[in-house]
Each structure stands twice: as structure tokens, then as C-alpha cells.
Design a protein around this ligand. Structure first.
Ligand SMILES: [Zn+2]
Length: 405
């Protein structure tokens, strides 16, 4: 085995081949360092002390699991009189048990193979594979350029039922490029603290912030980004309306006798789904339910009316007129939840109509992104390692397909 081949196939430099051993279907290639230098002053006037023999897993030669075996030394520099442990150039960190070349291959395969498939192929622990990817993602996303960001979206996403402080993630995205700019633990302003520090020098560039109508975010934006326009985007308004419809349904169900309860049972999605997505049977059932339960019918109809404003209004003036009209109709129904929604819309009218003034913010749909996060959570390795999960969220915009990875 030539030293040159070792360099070209395994990216091992500064070492030379000495011998090969074959043991239990494994190849063990013994190597030794050519020259020793002090890490600080590069002097070669050093004294060596052999510490121990290490085996590092490398890319396989054919089907054989392959290891490099070498002695690790303590170096004493005669010039600067300092002691140091020799640094191994083909390891990404001193405790790594696999070569950089194998790490790089793992990262390349990750877009096509699952963690467990890669682990099985190289006969590695799945945690090793996951940690290699985690380090790669961390390096890739640790410094994100914020200089050209103009429009951001802030969103809190429910991710786990487990620990209290891990229930929500707050995600900030660049709505023009789709890039994830920040992933914070929890919700509210606390989750934005780190982001706040990072945007100090660039926040003047921020023109608009899309978000839901939570008081905490509104406060945060007016304190930190006073020049940015607050936009309550389409996705969050419709989501809020869906919650209201659901509240009406639950309230009505609670007051029904068993026979009527049965009629409404499991029809939750019938009321939340868009009408045009229902098949004819479901549509007929919905029409009947609407007649039987007037309040629910009103709520469901007003939800559709709200959606149609987003479809049809061409500018903020048209939208505002339609929304004022919508609020008046909502009040006439005398349904408590709908009156609440009307109050919310009136209170936040400026931010809601800003959606039209900022061109619809349609480049990177928030709903689509939240679905991607939910998809990520369903993956087996999703939530166990919170930090890994966080870096995977940063990587989501680069995700090509929805296959099981
Ligand atoms: Zn030195």
C-alpha cells in the first residue's frame, strides 16, 4: 500500500504506510508520522514520548472495514519549552474515532440515506453518524449572514409534549430567501434574546415582520425593530379563525344530548377543511350540519368568507372595506367566538391589511414550512437530541424531498 494511494483515497497526509494486518475480516493499516514539529513555533527540535496506540476507522477498502493504527505522542519543544499532545490532521477533533474522509462521506450520503442505513453500511453506532451530521450542520449554520435580510417571519411551533421548556420552538426566517435565521427554545421574547443580540448592527434594514397576533411578539418588534412594519399574515389570521370555529364546535358539542353528539362526532375536520377540497358526500353532510347547528354554520361560513377576502382583495383598501363588512356580519350572528374574532380583526386592522401592502409575503409559505417541521418531528431521530433537531430545522429549506431520512 503506497503512501500516495493512502493520500488520494483516504486523505491521510503527513503520515506514511508501514504495514498491513488482517484480523476478523478487518484491514488494519499501520502508519507513522513523517516529521514532528512544535504546534506553536513549527520548530522540529522536539523530544517525543509515545503515549498510546490508537485505531481510527477509515473509509472501507472494498467490503473490508478499515482502520488506521498509529502511535500518539506527547511532544516537548526544546525551543519554546512547552509540552503538547500531537495533533492528528485527519481527525476533525482529538477524540474522534473516524477519519475526516469518512465523516465527509457520511455527510454526502445523508441526503440520500437514513442515519440507520449509513450506520449499518459502515458498521458504526447510529449516534456517531448523527453526531457527524450535527457537527457539519452546526459549522454550516453557526454564522448566518443577516446583512441583506429585509422581511422576516417569526413563528412559534409546538414541537413536543415532553419537557416544559422544550414544548415550543420559535423560528425566525428570511421570508424572501426562505432561510432560517434563528431557532430559539420556548416562546415569547425570551426565545428571541439571542437573535436580538445578533441583529444589533443590521436591524435598520428590516422592513417588515410577519407574525401572529401574540402580544409578546408585537411588543418585541416595537421595541427592537421600530421601523419595521408589523404584518399579521394570511396564514396566522386563518389559523386563528380555524381555532374559533373549533371552539364553537366544542362548545356546542358539550351542550348536546348523545344522539346529536354522535352526529357531530368526528366531524371536526369537515368544518376546518376548505370547502373546495371536500368530496360531494362530505359537502352535503356539512350543509346539513350547518342547518342543524346554526352557530356552527355561521362560524363555518364566516371562515370561508374570510378566506375569500384573501383570494379576492387586490389591495389593502379593498381588503379593509371587506374586513369591516365581515366584522359587521360576525357581530350580527351574536356568536361569542365570532364577535371575539371581529374584535381582534378590528384591533389589528393595520397589521392585517399590511399583508397586502407588503405584496402578500408569498415567497416562502409559513404553512409549508410548519408542515416540514412536523415532518421532521416524525422522523425517528427527530426529537431525542434537541440540539440536533435545532440544526435540522436550519437545514429544512434545503430539503429536497419528503422521503424517510
Ligand atoms: Zn515550539
Amino acid at each position: 500500500m503506497s503512501t500516495s494511494l493512502m493520500y488520494h483515497t483516504q486523505q491521510i497526509r503527513e503520515f506514511q504506510h508501514t504495514s498491513l494486518k488482517f484480523k476478523d475480516n478487518k484491514v488494519i493499516q499501520c502508519i507513522k508520522r513523517k516529521n514532528f514539529n512544535c504546534d506553536l513555533c513549527r520548530s522540529n527540535k522536539v523530544r517525543l514520548e509515545a503515549l498510546r496506540v490508537r485505531q481510527i476507522q477509515a473509509l472501507p477498502y472494498g467490503l473490508k472495514k478499515t482502520y488506521f493504527e498509529f502511535t500518539i505522542h506527547r511532544i516537548y519543544c526544546m525551543k519554546c519549552k512547552k509540552r503538547q499532545i500531537e495533533k492528528i490532521p485527519f481527525l476533525s477533533h482529538p477524540k474522534s474515532r473516524i477519519t475526516k474522509a469518512l465523516e465527509r462521506t457520511i455527510v454526502e450520503l445523508r441526503s440520500e440515506m437514513s442515519i440507520s442505513a449509513i450506520a449499518k453500511y459502515f458498521d458504526l453506532d447510529w449516534r456517531t453518524v448523527k453526531n457527524v451530521e450535527k457537527r457539519y450542520l452546526k459549522k454550516k449554520f453557526k454564522r448566518i449572514k443577516l446583512k441583506n435580510v429585509r422581511i422576516i417571519g417569526i413563528d412559534e411551533i409546538f414541537v413536543s409534549r415532553k419537557k416544559e421548556n422544550e414544548k415550543y420552538k420559535t423560528v425566525v426566517r428570511d421570508l424572501e430567501s426562505g432561510a432560517v435565521l434563528h431557532v430559539g427554545n420556548g416562546k415569547g421574547t425570551e426565545a428571541l434574546k439571542q437573535f436580538e443580540n445578533r441583529i444589533r448592527c443590521v436591524k435598520r434594514n428590516f422592513e417588515a415582520v410577519a407574525m401572529d397576533m401574540s402580544r409578546a411578539f408585537i411588543k418585541w418588534v416595537s421595541e427592537n425593530l421600530p421601523k419595521a412594519e408589523i404584518v399579521f399574515d394570511h396564514f396566522h389570521v386563518i389559523k386563528m379563525m380555524n381555532d374559533k370555529v373549533d371552539k364553537v364546535r366544542r362548545r356546542i358539542t358539550a351542550g348536546l344530548d348523545d344522539a346529536h353528539k354522535k352526529l357531530l362526532k368526528n366531524q371536526r375536520f369537515l368544518f376546518l377543511r376548505s370547502v373546495e377540497k371536500l368530496d360531494p358526500d362530505a359537502k352535503l353532510l356539512l350543509d346539513n350540519l350547518r342547518k342543524t347547528f346554526r352557530e356552527l354554520g355561521d362560524a363555518s361560513m364566516l371562515k370561508e368568507a374570510l378566506r375569500s377576502i384573501y383570494r379576492q382583495a387586490e389591495n389593502d383598501t379593498q381588503a379593509e372595506a371587506a374586513l369591516i363588512n365581515w366584522c359587521a356580519i360576525a357581530r350580527q350572528t351574536e356568536v361569542h367566538e365570532l364577535i371575539q374574532m371581529a374584535n381582534t380583526i378590528e384591533k389589528h386592522m393595520k397589521g392585517i391589511t399590511a399583508y397586502w401592502r407588503t405584496g402578500g409575503l408569498s415567497n416562502a409559505s409559513m404553512e409549508g414550512f410548519n408542515n416540514k417541521i412536523r415532518w421532521l418531528m416524525r422522523q425517528a431521530y427527530g426529537y431525542r437530541d434537541d440540539e440536533y433537531f435545532k440544526w435540522k430545522i436550519y437545514d429544512l429549506p434545503n430539503l429536497k424531498t419528503k422521503k424517510q431520512l
